[in-house]
Design a protein around this ligand. Structure first.
Ligand SMILES: [Zn+2]
Length: 196
């Protein structure tokens, strides 16, 4: 069951390695607007909740860069498997918290302790899955893989679509799948900013 999930250090290390590799690709490619050199402008993050007890320093930054060219200075934020939103919460926290949502009325405190995500925030994220995610190309792709998957069962039911012998493996596969949503114009223009 999702509420019994324990995420180990290796899991977090693997996610960090994926993000670090993508961040390096972004940095080397330079500014997407003017091709100017990029400098570091990482966002500070603070993972919370028992689920992340074994996560270390590697979860305190969302990789991001700024163009160093005068007059441009645009942001370049690579896609992430660690952070779904632009603010505090880790993607795995959001996925697990939302997967537990049928239990939310009587288990809100438990969910908060496990994931660090408050019940109110989980509810806002559930709206995100039903609106932003439901309108995305990723949802269309997911439905082509699992035609019987109903949007009302996302994200908990979505995890079953991804292969893996453990909850960690499924989570990782789901996070890789979702990572295009973590950056770019679609995220910027349609995110429920208050929710994150
Ligand atoms: Zn630039």
């Amino acid at each position: 069951m999702m509420h019994d999930v324990r995420l180990g250090r290796e899991f977090f290390a693997r996610l960090l390695a994926i993000d670090a590799a993508r961040a390096e690709q972004t940095r080397v490619a330079g500014c997407g607007y003017c091709e100017g050199p990029l400098s570091v402008g990482h966002y500070e993050r603070k993972p919370r909740g028992a689920l992340f007890a074994s996560a270390g320093e590697e979860f305190t930054q969302r990789f991001s860069y700024c163009c160093s060219r005068e007059g441009c200075r645009r942001r370049a934020t690579p896609p992430s498997v660690r952070f779904l939103g632009r603010k505090v919460y880790l993607e795995s926290a959001i996925l697990v918290a939302c997967a537990l949502v049928p239990l939310i009325d009587d288990r809100a405190r438990v969910i908060r302790i496990a994931t660090g995500v408050a019940a109110r925030t989980v509810r806002r994220w559930m709206t995100w899955w039903r609106t932003v995610f439901a309108a995305s190309a990723l949802w269309v792709e997911l439905r082509s893989r699992a035609p019987s998957l109903d949007i009302d069962l996302v994200p908990g039911g979505m995890l079953a679509v991804f292969e893996g012998g453990s909850v960690e493996a499924r989570l990782e596969a789901a996070m890789r799948f979702l990572s295009p949503l973590t950056t770019g114009p679609a995220w910027r223009s349609r995110s429920p900013r208050a929710a994150i």
